[in-house]
Design a protein around this ligand. Structure first.
Ligand code: ATP
Ligand code: NMN
Length: 158
């Protein structure tokens, strides 16, 4: 998806969402770890790419201004997340959506389940992501969090 978007634009800003979260079921990796994964994965793209961590806010109504305050100026926002699409459109920013690509397997939840259950996942993500997950012992972390995080989305203190 990012390769297709990069072919349409001169410069690309990739937002790392929920950047303040880590060590939870849905967001096991720190913003820094995710910056490494994404930066290395897009290294060979032609478009100049900026990777920017963006923390969540309690107020959806000011989230677009918050995103704009953290990123280089942009003309078009790309997302398939219905809330994100709505917030940008209400703020007057053009939004483009991309068709889902192999959504059945390329979903965060599915990939994390595969890691927990010891099934193959490496061929489903860029090599750079495999390298970073190995470097930080990410599969072990995800398994530990799954064992202790019975509430589903609470930080683990393991
Ligand atoms: N296969 C795909 N093809 C295109 N866009 C996708 C695909 N999978 C996810 N997206 C988009 O990427 C973003 C992240 O997807 P999603 O909200 O599912 O998060 P995730 O981290 O992949 O999964 P999860 O919510 O299971 O943790 C969303 O904007 C979503 O629409
Ligand atoms: N109020 C807010 O903080 C707010 C609003 C909309 C989206 N977001 C974030 O934007 C990101 C959207 O990511 P996806 O496109 O991967 O679903 C998520 O990290 C989500 O938490 C935050």
């Amino acid at each position: 998806m990012v390769e297709e978007i990069a072919a349409e634009v001169d410069e690309l800003v990739l937002g790392i969402g929920s950047a303040g979260d880590s060590h939870t079921t849905r967001n096991p990796f720190t913003a820094g770890e995710r910056v490494m994964m994404v930066t290395k994965a897009v290294e060979k793209l032609d478009a100049t790419t900026y990777v920017v961590p963006i923390e969540d806010l309690d107020r959806n109504s000011v989230w677009v201004s918050h995103v704009q305050s953290m990123t280089p100026r942009f003309d078009v926002a790309y997302s398939n997340n219905p809330l994100v699409v709505r917030l940008f459109e209400e703020a007057g920013v053009e939004v483009r959506q991309s068709p889902m690509f192999r959504r059945d397997v390329l979903e965060g939840t599915e990939l994390r389940e595969r890691m927990i259950r010891g099934r193959d996942w490496e061929d489903l993500v860029p090599d750079a992501v495999v390298d970073v997950i190995r470097e930080v012992d990410g599969v072990e972390r995800i398994r530990r969090i799954a064992e202790t995080d019975t509430l589903g989305d609470e930080p683990s203190d393991q």
